[in-house]
Design a protein around this ligand. Structure first.
Ligand code: MN
Length: 232
């Protein structure tokens, strides 16, 4: 039987130093996972259990991309994040086993229509329209654990037009990557190719068309993204 419509192409993420690539399955994001960012968002950074939201895989775009300034916002924020790549499926994974399920790491941006997210929070509505936005999950090339080990500390920072706007350390995650996987795999069966955006340090702010966002995590390859024209 032929398909009535063109089936969506898989999103393929590049892998550094190997003749392979990773098909992206799903995108999970952790909310408020650095204390200083929780405070800047007006929240007490108590160690309440981690919470999650999701983006479509099609929001993932590679480094070097120019992404549109999306419609329906006047406050499109950057959030630099460490991304963990799931390489082995599982449910109810304990934190002590969790790192075995990660195949690699990358640098990501969780771009956010902050004004729509803020309204959603006020009204007790889902965050989807604030977070699950066109091309809102830029991703650097992935480095495999076999090459770089596990990333549990090291500087994470974002430059916007050459000026450092976010500057933190992965060691300051409220919930470590292993603990995030323990919680998330109690909610969903994790699958190969799932991406986990692990949260952003303080210093989020509004991008504008023409801005160049250069994201870094110590030990990984930079993520280089330009904000393009308003979506049309
Ligand atoms: Mn985020």
């Amino acid at each position: 039987m032929h398909l009535m419509f063109h089936a969506q192409d898989p999103v393929i993420a590049s892998v550094a130093g190997h003749d392979t690539a990773i098909p992206v399955r799903r995108v999970f994001c952790v909310g408020r996972n650095y204390a200083a960012h929780a405070r800047e968002m007006g929240k007490d950074p108590d160690r309440e259990p981690p919470f999650f939201f999701t983006k479509w895989s099609e929001t993932v775009v590679p480094t070097g991309s120019t992404i549109p300034y999306p419609m329906a916002t006047d406050d499109y924020h950057w959030e630099i994040e460490l991304v963990a790549v799931v390489g082995k499926p599982g449910i109810r994974i304990s934190a002590s086993d969790a790192l075995d399920h990660i195949v690699g790491y990358a640098v990501g941006l969780d771009m956010t229509r902050r004004d729509l997210q803020a309204t959603a929070k006020e009204m007790g509505r889902p965050w989807d329209i604030g977070k699950n936005v066109v091309q809102s999950a830029p991703l650097s090339i992935i480095h495999l654990v076999e090459d770089v080990g596990h990333i549990d500390k090291g500087r994470i920072w974002l430059e916007v037009n050459g000026e450092t706007k976010q500057d933190g350390d992965v060691a300051d995650l409220i919930w470590s990557v292993a603990e995030v996987i323990e919680h998330l795999s109690g909610l969903y069966r994790l699958e190969e190719g799932d991406l986990i955006y692990t949260g952003t340090p303080a210093g989020v702010g509004p991008a504008k068309p023409g801005d160049r966002l250069l994201g870094h995590v110590q030990g990984l390859t930079d993520l280089d993204i330009t904000i393009g024209s308003p979506e049309a």
